[in-house]
Ligand binder design. Structure first.
Ligand code: UTP
Length: 300
């Protein structure tokens, strides 16, 4: 089987209810961390990993997302004529090659597995990546690139994994580890949102996957036979777990810091962290945060 990962699926058809009322009219993925929408971070990560085809699974109300990937010749001309080269470079760096992006509609939010299944004809018979743009990962070497390199060695399904505090295991899919190989762990099970007592480890699955076409086949069978998982949804985790005793599934401990931008607290943390990492903002912003902390301490 070919081990080159050239396609990535971005499931962005969810309702984003945790960000209502904003998500009444803006897709969650267009919300910005500093000055870049969440989706741009995901695209940049995929490009760095060598992805050439970008497949978005969208839904009603996501037009702003599709428009975002159009080129902006009018703004480019205006910046050019004003000699604003830095801004022009920033803008042009977001331009996508014509034909590199495809959009598929998920007509009903029936879960992450169903969203990936909707892209099955575009993925066809190749290994592919899945990126959830809600999970933003700050890393020296982009997370997906780390995983693509690991996949080239193993050729087996791979999910990004991260240690979480025991008391938070109930919020994640948790890996049951067969063999710990350091950055990779071979797994013997995956448990969705277990209680602290039932969690087989504290290694949680987060939103990066490299999957083989076999997982698509499993999704297809599960859909056709109405084998739905938790919440009555077609679950990606179930289709991956079916490969544990077949092709094998690895968890990959990536290097980097993940922010859950699907939640308000995670989004705010990412805003602070990304703001502080920008040279043009750092001094002013850090000064403001210091002032805020000292005011709070004085009040206590
Ligand atoms: P979430 O569980 O975060 O759901 O989906 P959501 O709808 O985006 O947000 P909340 O919970 O209502 O606030 C995780 C990822 O899976 C996609 C979402 O767009 C998000 O990227 N997804 C989820 C789909 O594409 N389709 C679905 O049916 C469900």
């Amino acid at each position: 089987m070919n081990r080159k990962v050239l396609k990535a699926v971005f499931p962005v058809a969810g309702l984003g209810t945790r960000f209502l009322p904003a998500t009444k009219s803006i897709p969650k993925e267009i919300m910005t961390l500093v000055d870049r929408p969440l989706i741009q971070y995901a695209i940049d990560e995929a490009r760095a990993a060598g992805i050439k085809e970008f497949i978005f699974v969208t839904s009603r109300g996501k037009n702003a997302l599709e428009d975002y990937f159009d080129h902006a010749p009018q703004i480019e001309d205006a910046l050019r004529s004003k000699g604003k080269k830095d801004l022009l470079d920033t803008l042009e760096s977001t331009n996508m090659e014509s034909g590199a992006i495809a959009y598929i509609r998920q007509h009903k939010a029936m879960g992450l597995g169903h969203a990936v299944w909707c892209a099955r004809r575009l993925i066809a018979n190749e290994p592919f990546a899945v990126i959830l743009p809600d999970d933003v990962i700050a890393a020296e070497k982009p997370c997906l690139q780390q995983m693509v390199e690991a996949y080239e060695e193993t050729g087996a399904n791979m999910v990004a994994a991260m240690e979480v505090p025991r008391e938070k295991t109930h919020a994640y899919g948790i890996l049951d580890v067969e063999r710990d190989l350091g950055d990779k762990v071979l797994i013997k099970g995956m448990v969705e949102k277990p209680s602290v007592e039932d969690a087989p480890s504290n290694l949680a699955v987060i939103g990066r996957y490299i999957l083989t076409p076999k997982v698509l086949h499993n999704l297809d069978q599960n859909f056709k036979h109405n084998r739905l998982g938790a919440g009555g949804e077609l679950q990606l985790t179930d289709a991956i777990a079916e490969e544990i005793n077949a092709q094998g599934v690895y968890g990959y401990r990536f290097n980097g810091q993940r922010f859950d931008c699907g939640s308000k607290a995670g989004f705010l943390q990412a805003t602070v962290s990304f703001g502080l990492s920008r040279p043009e903002l750092r001094d002013e912003f850090a000064g403001y945060l210091r002032e805020l902390v000292s005011l709070k301490q004085a009040a206590e």
